[in-house]
Design a protein around this ligand. Structure first.
Ligand code: FES
Length: 159
């Protein structure tokens, strides 16, 4: 594991040394630090807690807030809170999955895009919304997806 990653991970683990903190708390902190749960970090957590790595993996995959791949250069969040859900959020998410050829929770192989579903982000009047790099796209529809992605495409894919 690269030095910096190991150092950051040790820092997180040491904070929990001798405490009864739950595994979830530790995993959330690691994800906050790295943007996802690196496999090597999960192995270190297993060692630290004296647990089987398979159990750590089982817990992490049970909760859908954990990611196992690094975020893409352009991280896309689709709101599926109640208002956005009712206004067609799921079909926007589906259109993005098709357009990017990845599933929610994944990152495109070229590292350009990652896709996440989120709960209400507090602008229900604009439902359904998606967010790319902190910019809110209001009143989304599956038909607007392709066009919205153009500015984020690498130059050779814009034509
Ligand atoms: S439900 Fe999507 S912004 Fe509130």
């Amino acid at each position: 594991m690269m030095g910096v990653i190991k150092e950051k991970l040790n820092f997180i683990l040491q904070k929990h040394h001798g405490k009864q903190d739950g595994l979830i708390t530790i995993l959330l902190e690691i994800q906050k630090e790295f943007g996802y749960l690196p496999k090597k970090a999960m192995l270190e957590v297993a060692k630290f807690l004296g647990k089987n790595p398979v159990d750590i993996w089982g817990v992490a995959t049970f909760y859908n807030q954990f990611r196992f791949t690094p975020l893409g250069k352009n991280h896309i969040k689709v709101c599926l809170g109640t208002a956005c859900h009712l206004a067609g959020g799921p079909s926007v998410l589906e259109a993005l999955e098709r357009e990017l050829n990845i599933k929610v929770g994944e990152t495109s192989p070229d590292g350009q895009f990652s896709l996440e579903r989120v709960a209400c982000i507090g602008c229900c009047m604009l439902a359904p919304v998606m967010v790319i790099k902190d910019k809110i796209y209001p009143k989304m529809s599956p038909f607007k997806v392709e066009e919205s992605l153009i500015p984020f495409r690498p130059k050779d894919q814009k034509e």
